[in-house]
Design a protein around this ligand. Structure first.
Ligand SMILES: Nc1ncnc2c1ncn2[C@@H]1O[C@H](COP(=O)(O)OP(=O)(O)O)[C@@H](O)[C@H]1O
Ligand SMILES: [Mg+2]
Length: 303
């Protein structure tokens, strides 16, 4: 915490909860592990994506980022959602922000000019971002705008976590093109495997045309309630379908995750010793360990 946190404006709208669609028993598409790039210790740029709203993308971006930071890593969060929930969750009001990721992507201003130093560094969103897809669509290199913007600061950080909107549009594509990996939060309650297959299909197109190395790095089960058969079944289906891509850490359902953003902070700051904070620390450790295991396997393959 480097600056005092202001009370955030109350969120003006409810988080989106799109129709989850029917649950399909087995996905048609196998997820792909990205191959590790040569510079194994290079900055990890992770897009948190799922085109369904309300699955804890924003919550995971913030709390995972703060957990990485607690471990001593240098962290940048990027708010790529026009709703600006991530920006709000650090006590900033997207409605009064003058320069944001919109200006970075569309007007090519340096990303360093929209980075706020809060619990961790945060490149902020404003309501303008809603017009970014349209403005970008006319530009050459429209899918690479974020990748180019991040080049300026990439070496400053160990982790760049990108929060994406609930769609597979141009903003999310920009995140996939800039990313070294994608982490998919999945709500155990309304599991949509069909949605995951769509996401993987979009990633396959990005791999083919724009970023050959990007793939699903892991799936985070969120809002898990071990007391309900429904939640337990959701995990079973996920593990049957995606195997060890599903992280072992379960993010349980608790109101703590909704309380913290109202105070403008992460759950790790809001309730540092609570189970909700510990869950994201555990996830952070698991992600680092999984990456090390993959890099080790890769190094042995090339030895
Ligand atoms: N593990 C959880 N348990 C209960 N509520 C949660 C949990 N994670 C997130 N939430 C709440 O669910 C809502 C949607 O989460 P959010 O992170 O905004 O999802 P998304 O960014 O995918 O739309 C928010 O109100 C958030 O506080
Ligand atoms: Mg969100």
């Amino acid at each position: 915490m480097r600056e005092p946190v202001r009370e955030p404006e109350p969120p003006t709208r409810e988080p989106e909860r799109a129709d989850p669609g029917p649950v399909v028993p087995v996905p048609a598409v196998q997820p792909v592990r990205p191959s590790t790039p040569a510079g194994a210790t290079a900055t990890q740029v992770i897009a948190l994506a799922n085109q369904k709203g309300g699955v804890a993308k924003t919550t995971t971006t913030l709390n995972l980022g703060v957990a990485f930071s607690e471990m001593g890593h240098r962290v940048l969060l990027v708010d790529l959602d026009p709703q600006g929930n991530l920006t709000m969750s650090q006590g900033l009001n997207p409605d009064v922000i003058e320069r944001s990721m919109f200006d970075v992507l569309v007007h090519k201003i340096p990303i360093s000019e929209v980075i706020e130093h809060r619990e961790v560094d945060l490149a902020v969103a404003s309501i303008d971002l809603a017009g970014a897809e349209l403005a970008l669509s006319a530009l050459i290199g429209r899918e690479r705008s974020l990748e180019k913007a991040l080049a300026e600061v990439r070496s400053t950080y160990d982790f760049v976590l990108i929060d994406t909107p609930p769609s597979l549009g141009l903003l999310t594509i920009n995140a996939f093109v800039a990313a070294t990996g994608v982490i998919v939060p999945v709500q155990c309650e309304y599991l949509s495997l069909r949605g995951l297959v769509q996401l993987e299909n979009t990633l396959a197109m990005v791999r083919e045309n724009l970023n050959p190395d990007v793939g699903v790095e892991g799936i985070v089960p969120t809002m898990f309630d071990g007391r309900t058969l429904h939640s337990r079944e959701a995990i079973e289906i996920l593990e049957e379908s995606f195997g060890d891509l599903v992280y072992r850490t379960r993010i349980r359902k608790t109101v703590r995750y909704a309380e913290a953003p109202v105070k403008g902070c992460s759950v790790l700051k809001y309730d540092p010793t609570g189970a909700a904070a510990e869950a994201y620390r555990e996830l952070a450790r698991e992600i680092v360990a999984a990456k090390e295991a993959r890099d080790g396997a890769q190094a042995r393959k090339h030895a």
